[in-house]
Design a binder for this molecule. Structure first.
Ligand code: 6PG
Length: 469
């Protein structure tokens, strides 16, 4: 084969096929690889011109078809498959070639692979890709991390295929090693938080305000025209309008209330605990998926306990308060995720630019939202900003929406409607903005039973008291 291609992609599933066609649409020639002959044939057919898009099941043929340094993206399920694909390619690669893992790999796996491949002279990138199948085809948000020098070879392709916000590409070099996968992991943690919040507001509107699916459709659609404008609010509105093909009802009512997960939200939460950074909106979103999975137990328990009948409230006021509360809690979810990124950047030496990250999330990805333009500006104004809640431009946004959030959380508690994302967001805000918390008592208790010592507010030093004397 004499013709050499600009870009290689292993894994021609839905994401891979769409991504490679996007590469070809942008004027680059691309070659795909998959063990499944049907997927290879389907891609060649869909590509239309084998000089532009070609594919093979054979790893050697695939590698030899690419220009050097080779740029090979893997879009295969996270885990052991990534290692085996790398090992299959390795015998045919040359020093300086670049492998990009575009899946949701755990960041420490990326660090391990990067170190392993570095020894062999191969550059390894972990690049989060967000936006689902449609994003992969029309423009995803891409979060690459790895060697900055090697990134220059990949940059023109990624910038061309990525989503654009005001003509600016939603991709940027984020940092060394696993920076890209780490940022994508936190993106997904925020995604879990926003999804949980939109779903509990739906519950509230339905149970307290008796909104029909049509009214929910209209409400979320209207919100999407305002400050809540976001991909998730937009698709939520569309979901309420979807009719069921099996029954006369709406599809949303026929869907089993058990949410699955692939692990990225849980990893965000677990790692936040390791770092000592509070992300309670994300934590509870993971827990709620876990509680949802206990359907049989929930059904049994439901019969054992009484629950108050929600007191009906005026629709108009409820919708207005819900819009405020959702906006408030969205801010808390982003604030927590960004806080985690700021800390991880120091801990893992990623040297992240938070303004740049918010910027590449403004389009293409699942958590894209109008709010991200404001978040970008806040971090551009102060790259050292520790928490969004400390940004002057956010004070009013939060101040104006917290009252409605308090009212809804109180209503939910009194009326037995679980609003854990909302109440965790509110508690996070109340605690983070409190100069004095009651944890002095915890320090006293620790010192009482375990001589763990405490500090004082009026003098420096470490103190211990013989409490029982
Ligand atoms: C994206 C998404 C995607 C993720 C799904 C499903 O940015 O395109 O985050 O990467 O895989 O959202 O995640 P769960 O199965 O864990 O809900």
């Amino acid at each position: 084969m004499t013709k050499k291609y600009d870009f290689g992609l292993v894994g021609l599933g839905v994401m891979g096929r769409n991504f490679i066609l996007n590469v070809a649409d942008n004027g680059f020639t691309a070659f795909g690889n998959d063990l499944d002959q049907e997927k290879v044939t389907a891609l060649i057919e869909e590509g239309g011109d084998p000089d532009k898009v070609n594919a093979s099941t054979n790893a050697k043929e695939f590698v030899n078809a690419l220009n050097t340094p080779r740029k090979i993206m893997l879009l295969v399920p996270a885990g052991k498959i990534v290692d085996s694909v790398i090992d299959n390619l390795l015998p045919f690669l040359n020093k300086g070639d670049i492998i990009i893992d575009g899946g949701n790999s755990f960041f420490t796996d990326t660090d391990r692979r990067e170190a392993y491949l570095k020894e062999k002279g191969i550059n390894f990138f972990g690049a989060g890709v967000s936006g689902g199948a449609k994003g992969a085809r029309k423009g995803p948000s891409i979060m690459p991390g790895g060697s900055q020098e090697a990134y220059q070879h990949v940059k023109p392709i990624f910038e061309a295929v990525s989503a654009k916000y005001n003509n600016e590409p939603c991709v940027a070099y984020l940092g060394p090693k696993s920076a890209g996968n780490y940022v994508k992991m936190v993106h997904n943690g925020i995604e879990y938080g926003l999804m949980q919040l939109t779903s509990e507001i739906y519950d509230l509107l339905k149970k307290a305000g008796n909104l029909t699916n049509e009214e929910l459709h209209q409400t979320y659609a209207k919100w999407n025209q305002g400050r809540l404008q976001s991909f998730l609010v937009e698709i939520t509105s569309e979901i309420f309008a979807q009719k069921d093909t099996e029954t006369d009802g709406d599809l949303v009512d026929q869907i089993l209330d058990k949410a699955k997960q692939k692990g990225t939200g849980k990893w965000t939460s677990q790692n936040a605990m390791d770092l000592g950074i509070p992300v309670p909106t994300i934590d509870i979103a993971v827990s709620m998926r876990e509680i949802s999975a206990l359907k049989a137990e929930r059904t049994k328990a439901d019969e054992l306990y009484d629950r108050p009948n929600p007191e009906e409230v005026m629709k108009k006021a409820l919708v207005e308060k819900s819009e405020n509360a959702l906006y408030f809690a969205f801010i808390m979810a982003y604030a927590q995720g960004m806080h985690q990124l700021a800390d991880a950047s120091k801990e893992y030496g990623y040297n992240l630019n938070l303004g740049e990250i918010a910027k590449i999330w403004r389009a293409g990805c699942i958590i894209r939202a109008g709010l991200l333009a404001d978040i970008t500006e806040a971090f551009q104004a102060n790259p050292e900003l520790q928490n969004l809640l400390l940004a002057p431009s956010f004070i009013e946004k939060v101040q104006n929406t917290v009252k409605a959030t308090r009212e809804l959380v109180a209503y939910g508690a009194t009326n037995g409607i679980p609003l854990p994302g909302l109440s965790n967001s509110l508690t996070y805000f109340d605690a983070y903005t409190s100069e004095r918390l009651p944890l002095n008592l915890i320090q006293a208790q620790r010192d009482y039973f375990g001589s763990h010592t405490y500090e004082r507010i009026d003098r420096e030093g470490i103190f211990h008291t013989e409490w029982e004397d």
